[in-house]
Design a protein around this ligand. Structure first.
Ligand code: AGP
Length: 606
């Protein structure tokens, strides 16, 4: 979602701002803009659409200056247009904003009473006008910024640039992330640490309620009342190499294809972190809990749903899963010793963060299973377990999903062993099988041609159903999400056993159904369900291993051959053909695969 970048230094700001905004493109946006100070005067350039439009505008109409702010906007209040693009300006101040200012209508009405009108439909413009109004009352920039943020309700990361203030940027955060980068005689401000790649690795993460005063000589942090706050610098390693697509046409393809290497590295690192054979504090915390709640959004929530089976079946722990946006509406009394496991690639998803805070307020302990180790969630959770997927750029989550599953199954196995639900022999067997996953993921990738051919057919479909049983049911939900989010084909995931309870009515010769049926305890029943579909003319794509495909009745639409796998780990490997199917369908339909319409990588508003 929206990205903010600020620069204050010795070089021309515009190219630095533009480059940094490019590094945040993956987050999703639909307009962009920058503002700089040239000889003390504010100048702005904004454009709707992709950053190339802004870059072209800057070629035709450049702006100079050694201090500036930039923004990529994902529309919330008002359409994606030049007028609504950030930074917003009110004579002597320009403002870039991430988040939602909930009381902006109230502020608009108040400002209107003073004759101040708005050009845009955005909530952000009100913050700029309010700040200017306070400057007009004789306040200094710092006082005006502080009094502005005191008035705002909702979530925000804000960057302020003031006319005639060549050595000043002010930033404020509440719930939306911001990080300050320290360079040599130059300073940076970013809403996403990846934007600092190649610029600096020395950073200060701002906390909620921080007001940062940035000058070329450094950073001072205050709270919103004006009291000084101490924030420490840290070193981060920002992998800028992940920002390339390699030989692939899209980031999504690159991220699907690097799974064998990434899974191998993740398993190795988890072994070091979680000390599989000697339970560490995380394993102990889970083992000691009386109840587990697994919470996430979208793909991460399906990882949670799969892990629910694992924690119950391997570790004998009562577990339930749910989506973060609904968890906050539940006020069920928490069992004593409830542990909330929050799964998130970004660690910045607003709904997941709210759910984590809701859990903490109610006395539950929290474990965050994260990809971005420097995220807000990593600082707020009691315990953190990294998944080691590396930077994921494509909006559609692929390698992060399989790495989330690896982290969660590893934890469930370790907890099961710790609690005595799994004996040593079984435990070691599971670890051996875990070690085979990178090789099996390579084998799963070899179904690419089959996936491409199946995708050609479903790309003409109005709707596709995905079915499975056990852990293959939440994986069916994930398969459907992946297809709809990047190809825009309607898709639905179902527990195969639920078909007869309603959805079978949808099946006719136009309906394509993807059935996930690895050999194992649910194979026979799932295949019976596919027969019911075929009997009604439905087109079935059966995903199974050689053994399964040999015994399954022939006919239907197509089959895809998966490697034979222990059913426990099947969702990790069967995720791959679903990713390929969605990818090829999207390419076939010519959608913007890495930046699907209306979506953002990191969903930082509720
Ligand atoms: C995945 O393909 C989606 N784009 C989306 O569902 C995503 O998984 C969800 O928004 C959660 O994001 P997070 O893992 O960063 O919290």
């Amino acid at each position: 979602m929206c990205g903010i970048f600020g620069y204050l230094g010795q070089d021309e700001a515009a190219p630095i701002l533009l480059d940094a905004l490019r590094r945040m493109e993956y987050r999703g946006y639909d307009s962009a803009g920058i503002a700089t100070l040239c000889n003390g005067r504010l100048q702005r350039r904004r454009a709707a659409g992709k950053l190339t439009s802004l870059a072209n505008l800057l070629v035709r109409n450049p702006i100079l200056g050694r201090v500036g702010i930039g923004h990529t906007r994902w529309a919330t209040h008002g359409k994606a247009s030049v007028t609504n693009a950030h930074p917003h300006q009110s004579s002597h101040v320009a403002v870039a904003h991430n988040g939602i200012i909930e009381n902006f209508r109230e502020i608009r009405v108040e400002l209107a009473r003073h004759g101040i009108t708005h050009d845009s439909e955005t909530d952000t413009e009100s913050a700029a006008h309010l700040c200017q109004y306070l400057l007009n009352q004789g306040m200094t920039p710092l006082e005006a910024a502080r009094n502005t943020v005191q008035r705002l309700e909702g979530s925000f990361a804000l960057a302020f640039l003031f006319e005639e203030e060549e050595n000043l940027l002010i930033a404020a955060r509440r719930y939306s992330p911001l990080v300050v980068g320290h360079g040599k005689n130059e300073m940076f401000l970013a809403s996403d640490v990846i934007a600092l790649a190649g610029l600096t690795s020395t950073v200060t993460f701002l906390d909620d309620g921080d007001l940062a005063v940035i000058s070329r000589s450094g950073l001072e942090v205050y709270d919103f009342t004006g009291a000084r706050a101490v924030r420490h610098r840290t070193q981060v390693s920002i992998d800028s190499t992940s920002a390339g697509k390699g030989s692939h046409q899209h980031f999504m393809a690159k991220e699907i294809y690097e799974q064998p290497r990434i899974l191998a590295a993740a398993i190795k690192k988890l072994g070091e972190d979680a000390k599989l054979l000697v339970p560490d504090s995380i394993v102990q915390a889970v083992a000691d809990s009386a109840q587990i709640e697994l919470i996430g959004c979208g793909t991460a929530s399906y990882a949670c749903q799969i892990a629910e089976y694992w924690f119950e079946n391997l570790a004998g722990l009562p577990a339930s899963s749910g989506v973060a946006s609904e968890f906050v509406h539940r006020h069920r009394r928490l069992e004593k010793d409830t542990l909330g496991i929050f799964v998130s690639q970004s660690g910045e998803t607003a709904d997941s963060l709210n759910a984590l805070r809701h859990m903490r307020e109610r006395g539950g302990r929290t474990l965050a299973v994260l990809n971005v180790a420097t995220s807000t969630m990593s600082r707020e959770a009691d315990l953190v377990m990294p998944i080691h997927a590396g930077i994921e750029i494509s909006v559609a989550s692929t390698k992060a999903f399989t790495c989330q599953l690896i982290a969660l199954v590893t934890l469930a196995i370790s907890v099961g062993y710790q609690r005595g639900c799994i004996d040593k022999e079984k435990y070691e067997h599971h670890l051996d099988e875990l070690g085979r996953l990178p090789g099996l993921s390579s084998a799963a990738l070899s179904c690419d041609a089959e996936a491409r051919s199946a995708a050609q057919e479903i790309s003409g479909s109005a709707s596709v159903l995905f079915i499975g049983r056990g852990t293959m049911f939440p994986l069916a939900l994930e398969g459907a999400l992946k297809l709809k989010e990047i190809s825009y084909i309607h898709a639905e995931g179902l527990a195969a056993g639920e078909l007869k309870h309603g959805a079978l009515a949808l099946v006719d010769s136009n309906m394509h159904v993807v059935a996930l049926a690895p050999s194992g305890p649910h194979f026979t029943k799932t295949v019976s369900n596919t027969e019911e579909i075929k009997a009604r003319g439905g087109q079935v794509l059966l995903l199974s291993d050689t053994q399964g495909l040999e015994v399954a009745p022939t006919g239907g639409w197509k089959a895809m051959t998966m490697p034979a796998i222990d059913p426990l780990f099947a969702p990790i490997i069967y995720a791959i053909p679903l990713q390929l199917l969605a990818y090829h369908a999207a390419v076939e339909l010519g959608t913007d695969v890495d930046h699907p319409r209306n979506l953002a990588k990191s969903v930082t508003v509720e």
